[in-house]
Design a binder for this molecule. Structure first.
Ligand SMILES: NC(=O)c1ccc[n+]([C@@H]2O[C@H](COP(=O)([O-])OP(=O)(O)OC[C@H]3O[C@@H](n4cnc5c(N)ncnc54)[C@H](OP(=O)(O)O)[C@@H]3O)[C@@H](O)[C@H]2O)c1
Length: 299
């Protein structure tokens, strides 16, 4: 089968399509024929070595999977061959691959109304946004979301609205209309305006940028507010801070998948590329300008 692999850390050009043996599922695992995966910024950080929790190359990147179960490991009771599934995978064999191994108990059935591309775009970004907001009480609260137009941000905006919050997002002016359509009450153009001058009495901050966005966010946060961050920031040690890591969860996937198929949440895909164009997709992701998600489909 084909997979994207890299022999060394480095620029996007280290990504290459290689032929590797099709993997055999171990206990509790299923093998999935890939329908689609997606790019998350952490893929680029792992490729370059900026983060290294996959160890040293060679490895295959990718966390999102949507596809069809083709093989079952011992003890799998959740799914049968032919089932359509989606989810988040944490492994060195990744998801930029024709066939993907995943723990069956972390996957969810892919609803009929959710196509592969949408399901793949939703998994990691959606789980991260949903689980972050799960740390806050939202109805009637003022929520400030940084990087509101990105993969996690555009879903966090909609989840927060769905859960009854008033939403303020930071984004460039070019994303104003997009974010308003998704239900953002106010968009602050961070490239021309300091968000600390335009917001106050915030109950919940969702920080997808990090760095000094942390301490600046604390200045507009209520004393009893919550600062939720998925990034390293200079506010991590504040008592109001909570660091979030998106984690696989079949229950959360079922919940957010149902919200999408019910038409309550829209997954925006800026562009779909083939896995043979993974390097190009990484360059686009690293521009920091992607609106919504980049999806990758098999060769
Ligand atoms: N800890 C975890 O479990 C976890 C999980 C998922 C993601 N993350 C991290 O969270 C971050 C966001 O992920 P993502 O998938 O949403 O990324 P993304 O899709 O690549 O984000 C791109 C968006 O960021 C916005 N942006 C860039 N700089 C900004 C700034 N200074 N202020 C406000 N917006 C800015 C851009 O909007 P404009 O064009 O409007 O600037 C663009 O739409 C990444 O660093 C990622 O690694 C962590």
């Amino acid at each position: 089968m084909r997979a994207v692999s890299q022999l060394r850390l480095g620029e996007p050009e280290v990504l290459h399509t290689v032929e590797v043996p099709r993997p055999t599922p171990g206990p509790g695992q299923v093998s999935i024929r890939l329908g689609a995966t997606s790019v998350n910024p952490v893929d680029c950080k792992l490729r370059s070595g900026y983060v290294n929790f996959l160890g040293t190359p060679p490895f295959t990147l990718g966390f999102d999977v949507s596809g069809t179960v083709v093989d079952l490991g011992p003890d799998v009771t959740e799914f049968a061959v032919g089932d359509e599934v989606f989810g988040m995978v944490h492994s060195r064999t990744g998801t930029y691959s024709e066939y993907v191994l995943a723990r069956a108990d972390t996957l969810a059935p892919r609803p009929a109304g959710l196509d592969h591309r949408t399901a793949a775009a939703l998994a990691t970004a959606g789980l991260t946004a949903w689980q972050a907001l799960g740390h806050a009480d939202l109805p009637g609260r003022r929520v400030l979301i940084h990087a509101a137009a990105g993969g996690v941000g555009h879903l966090a905006v909609q989840f927060a609205r769905h859960l009854g919050a008033q939403v303020i997002g930071t984004a460039r002016a070019v994303n104003n209309e997009f974010l308003r359509e998704l239900g953002t009450d106010e968009v602050i153009d961070y490239s021309t305006t300091d968000f600390t001058d335009r917001s106050a009495d915030i109950d919940v901050v969702v920080d997808l940028v990090g760095g000094d966005y942390g301490s600046r966010s604390l200045r507009v946060l209520r004393p009893d507010g919550r600062y939720l961050t998925v990034q390293r920031s200079d506010a991590e040690h504040d008592p109001r801070a909570c660091s979030i890591t998106g984690a696989p969860s079949s229950g959360d996937l079922a919940t957010i998948g149902a919200l999408v198929t019910a038409g309550r949440i829209r997954v925006h895909i800026q562009r779909t590329l083939g896995l043979g164009e993974a390097a190009r997709a990484h360059r686009l992701s690293e521009s920091g300008r992607v609106r919504g998600k980049l999806v990758l489909t098999p060769w």
